[in-house]
Design a protein around this ligand. Structure first.
Ligand code: SF4
Ligand code: SF4
Length: 182
């Protein structure tokens, strides 16, 4: 069994080498697929993260529709939607298909997930740096929400961040135990 020193922190720097990117996805995917008991806790926490994102989705969607429809500087570019290693672990722990691009990507091109009808994937599997980017206009719209509604959003958002850290801790702990036993 191969050792997973290849899992790094931060942005995945393989957008110019999609073949290598596919191999990375397959290797991590194989961990969850072949050893679900070992990674059970991180998979359970990933489900809780998804629930948090589903809960705040209507709130963000409501305010995005108000602001983004008239935006003249749409931020859906490849450079703003790069996945990070944390996102990859989370999506594969959910047992979702990771949206691998079909070709190498240029950072200045429109995001490979953008279609004429908008984003082609649900919010809960979008890259973190895209999902949690609120431009000034969008943020000020969101802050205009009733205090209780904004507080609920903020609490769920913070819970989601805590869960993400727990999921990663659990994943790397399981990985370390697992690799120690092979
Ligand atoms: S988030 Fe802001 S910059 Fe991005 S499309 Fe919406 S209004 Fe434009
Ligand atoms: S993942 Fe979707 S929402 Fe995010 S930048 Fe790409 S097209 Fe836009």
């Amino acid at each position: 069994m191969e050792r997973f020193s290849l899992i790094n922190k931060g942005e995945i720097l393989l957008w110019g080498n999609i073949l290598e990117f596919k191999r990375l996805v397959e290797r991590i995917d194989a961990l969850f697929k072949n050893f679900p008991e070992t990674f059970k806790e991180s998979m359970n926490i990933a489900q809780q993260i998804k629930e948090c994102i589903l809960k705040i989705d209507p709130f963000i969607d409501f305010y995005s529709k108000k602001v983004c429809s008239s935006c003249t500087n749409i931020c859906c570019l490849n450079k703003n939607s790069r996945y990070e290693y944390d996102d990859l672990i989370y999506i594969l722990a959910l047992r979702e298909k990771f949206p691998i691009p079909e070709r190498n990507l240029d950072v200045k091109e429109p995001c490979y997930l953008l279609t004429e009808k908008g984003c082609k994937i649900p919010r809960y599997i979008r890259p973190s740096r895209c999902n949690w980017y609120f431009c000034k206009d969008l943020l000020s719209e969101m802050e205009s929400a009733p205090a209780k509604v904004f507080r609920e959003f903020s609490n769920t958002f913070n819970l989601m961040l805590q869960l993400k850290q727990q999921m990663l801790n659990s994943f790397f702990q399981s990985l370390s135990n697992f690799q120690g036993n092979i």
